[in-house]
Design a binder for this molecule. Sequence first.
Ligand SMILES: *Cc1c(COP(=O)(O)O)cnc(C)c1O
Length: 471
Amino acid sequence: MPKPQGIQGEPEGRNRTRLAGQAFASTMAFKPNIDRLKPMLYPSTRGHCPPVRLDEALRAGLAPDGGLYVPERIPGLEAATGIPGPDLSATAERVLAPFFADSSLAEDLPRITREALDLPLPIVEFNPGKSWMLELFHGPTAAFKDFAARFLAACLSRLRAEHEPVQTVLVATSGDTGGAVAAAFHRRPGFRVVILYPDGKVSARQAHQLGAFGDNVHCFRVQGNFDDCQRLVKRALNTPELASALALTSANSISIGRLLPQISYYAHSVSQLSAQIAQKVNLIIPTGNLGNALGAVLARAMGIPIGEIRLATNANRTLPDYFGGEDYRGRPGIATLANAMDVGDPSNFERLAWLYREADLRDSGIHAGSVTDEQIRRAIRRAWNEQGLMVCPHTACALELLRQQREVGDDRPWMVAATAHAAKFENVVEPLIEQTIEAPPALAALLERPSHAEDLEPDEDALATRLRALA
Ligand SMILES: *Cc1c(COP(=O)(O)O)cnc(C)c1O
């Protein structure tokens, strides 16, 4: 791996004490002077291809050397006097402006953030003055991935020239990604979405939702597991003739266009809460591929008053073992109750390792803990019985780590990221809390629509035939 050059040392103009201690003037006018912002390039984590502008990184997804695109430096917040803004989209516009400094989308950024990020972002206090929950599940498919998928769609549709052929967004999903991407591109001119999900490995509601879009969204139920789906997608993307015939592109969490918007909801919520309690806010984040948590890591590096970051994984122990002192060792994923985090080799680890020197990473205020299925069940019951919270199995992992911190006397303010609505995992949660969970309106509307998926053998030729039939 090349020498990382990212977060080590202080980012430009950071002043954490000031940020942590004072209330932000949220009404103060903020006008980024786009011309004055330094251009931002995006190198690959592997360093075997030249850095590109954001437009190209967004279009490509993966870098040609197989690496992931990363911002060449972490901008400070010295120019952003009005953070948090009056709403999430305003904060996002301010925080993301430096990343868009050299993009043809820079002028459009305010419209992009309004279109994509105008979603509710409640902070729910559940232990007075000490514990909060950041609800990231109020988008159309009731999972945090809606923010990023909508942002990526808003960017890609603006980057598309009018007479370009229809692009095919091919996505393998263990449940939540497919829905978020489908919702974000549904009926968008110039795009079609093809979803592959493993038969029998997603919840009944997730399966229904994936097949309920119709129009330009095509859904295949693969007779195999998630790894089969992912392998089919990679093969198709790496088959040049197929990739060009269908203008294939991917929308999974390796895209920089999914990472950037995730900085903004941490910037918005933490600035708000930290101003109110006059302390840094510590975060616990349910983690699989490390995409969501990386948003928090970048927000903190920019100067947002985040203290410690704890990664809550399920029984997939790759990150907890690494942060516990072992060498990094990717491995096959294990199936758990928190299925959207069944990842044994998180792809975004490569970004984290690039941003920090390897030696500093374990000294970076990032920690990780693993939670078993039995602990997930207990955490779901406890949250309902003791706090009246209905939580999904992923959020339950984070609550379990919080409970462990409190048990050893940790009295600091913690905010837990709630990544999906419990109604999406009703098969797990309802029997535990002995309550019916009502789906939020957007999800309920999807569940009322008819759903259609076609069976697909886990075979690349079978997929190629189906794809050609769509073009
Ligand atoms: C995808 C997902 C996660 C894991 O997020 P990463 O960005 O992959 O770490 C956690 N919870 C839910 C509900 C998800 O859908």
